[in-house]
Design a protein around this ligand. Structure first.
Ligand SMILES: [Zn+2]
Length: 457
């Protein structure tokens, strides 16, 4: 074995320790101490479970090694650790007089073996420990990235004024294999857990940002997402607070136009979405069409389906007013049946998937709050921002646009969409789906395929 191969071998064992740490819910960092060609001690990060701020992988491994050799001086020993050591651990290593320290991934935040500073390069502090960096750095870093993406955010506590639909409600979702992602610290909805799908590469040429409306959730996009992933694109599909796998505030009056808009803006910033094609329908558009003007450089396209810009200037459609009345008179309406009514080919499992977020009426605040929240008058919440957005789409929009209309929609159908088309600069003739209703995405595969051709970079 070459010395590189030997280093990779020992680092592989440190990585095993890091994985064990991850399984225990700890930040995945692992270490091994090697002496005379043998592992004499292992350590994995454990500050949470051991309630010990010093229980970093390196310190744990050093303690065990010192016990094994019967000496706090560890001369002749090498320590392998998956992440660049912090100040505490580096100090301990220098005290131990290790022969050599080898680390994997750099730690730009707290690493003091070259990143923030380099304790090992000070002759006054260190005169015998040799330092090697970047061994299996990619594998070591990936483990940390994988850990932080879904896990850290998944354990957030539930706010007292909110409910969380149990995971079991989502156990049998047809054609929805994608793992959940959560964010719980968006400033506008502090402490509420917002769910989103995030599939495909962050480097992709296109990111389809799919926004659902009331009473749907990201499940609505299940027929479109695979088309875009197959094209090598990225898809991000959040569930609005109150819907899907996101937390559900108990009170109707939590739901405000500005709060939802702001939470979406913050999510887009947090994920740093680039090369976005904004995909909207229903409330996805009422809110979503006001987003690109806040950061136009992030967007390259718009795919609009049965939605509107509710500026409060024109009366809402009779179909919408009827829907709003119906929701008020049927506060416990069966969400799944509503979807099935316009989409006869939907299976029972699909129908249930639309009911899944709302196990009982306590979860239904958003269903009650959204219909009356559509801006109706010039001074309604959200109307002014929608008018600003209208100016943006008319005069400033630089991206490509694509429109698909479900013709059987009595609420936001062809007349509403033809009106919207006139407000979007450069919007071509829409794709019309004569058999699609309001929830156009249920026939979304053909739309997604046409959109891929349309937005080809
Ligand atoms: Zn440390």
């Amino acid at each position: 074995m070459t010395s590189e191969e030997r280093d990779a071998h020992w680092m592989g064992l440190a990585l095993d320790q890091a994985r064990l740490a991850a399984e225990a819910g700890e930040v995945p960092v692992g270490a091994v101490v090697v002496k005379d060609g043998q592992v004499i001690a292992t350590g994995r990060n454990a500050p949470i479970n051991s309630q010990d701020p010093t229980a970093h992988a390196e310190v744990v491994a050093l303690r065990e090694a010192a016990r094994v050799v019967g000496n706090y001086r560890l001369e002749g020993c090498s320590l392998y650790v998956t992440l660049e050591p912090c100040a505490m651990c580096s100090g301990a290593m220098l005290h131990a007089r290790l022969d050599r320290v080898v680390y994997g991934a750099a730690d730009a935040r707290t690493g003091v073996a070259g990143s923030v500073l380099n304790l090992f390069s000070h002759p006054q502090l260190n005169h015998q420990t040799q330092l090697t960096s970047g061994v299996m750095a990619e594998a070591c870093g990936q483990l940390l990235k994988d850990f932080f993406k879904p896990r850290r955010l998944n354990i957030e506590p539930l706010r007292e004024d909110a409910l969380r639909t149990p995971d079991s409600a989502f156990a049998n979702l047809p054609d929805y294999p994608w793992p959940p992602h959560f964010v719980s610290d968006l400033p506008s909805i502090q402490g509420l857990r917002l769910h989103y799908l995030d599939e495909g590469s962050v480097e992709a040429d296109v990111t389809w940002l799919c926004l659902h409306g009331n009473p749907a959730w990201s499940f609505l996009y299940r027929k479109m997402i695979p088309v875009w992933l197959a094209a090598g694109h990225r898809v991000v599909a959040p569930d609005l607070i109150g819907f899907g796998k996101s937390d559900k505030p108990k009170k109707d009056n939590f739901h405000r136009f500005d709060t939802h808009r702001q939470s979406l803006l913050e999510l887009i910033e947090r994920l740093d979405l680039q090369r976005v094609v904004l995909v909207v329908q229903d409330w996805g558009g009422i809110l979503g069409l006001t987003l690109p003007m806040a950061a136009p450089d992030r967007y390259q396209g718009l795919l609009a389906m049965n939605t509107l810009l509710a500026t409060g200037e024109a009366p809402l459609s009779p179909g919408f007013l009827a829907w709003r009345e119906w929701c008020k008179s049927q506060p416990l309406f069966d969400v799944g049946k509503l979807f099935a009514r316009g989409n006869r080919e939907m299976s029972d499992l699909e129908t249930q998937a639309y009911n899944a977020p709302f196990p009982d009426k306590g979860f239904r605040a958003a269903l009650r709050a959204f219909p009356p929240m559509v801006p109706e008058f010039p001074d309604s919440d959200g109307a002014a921002i929608a008018r600003q957005a209208q100016m943006f789409w008319r005069n400033e929009w630089q991206g490509q646009s694509f429109m698909a209309i479900g013709q059987k929609d009595p609420v936001l159908g062809e007349p509403v969409m033809r009106q919207l088309k006139t407000q979007i600069r450069g919007c071509p003739e829409p794709m019309v789906l004569p058999h699609a209703g309001h929830f156009v995405q249920e026939q979304g595969q053909a739309i997604a395929e046409a959109a891929v051709r349309h937005f080809r970079p």
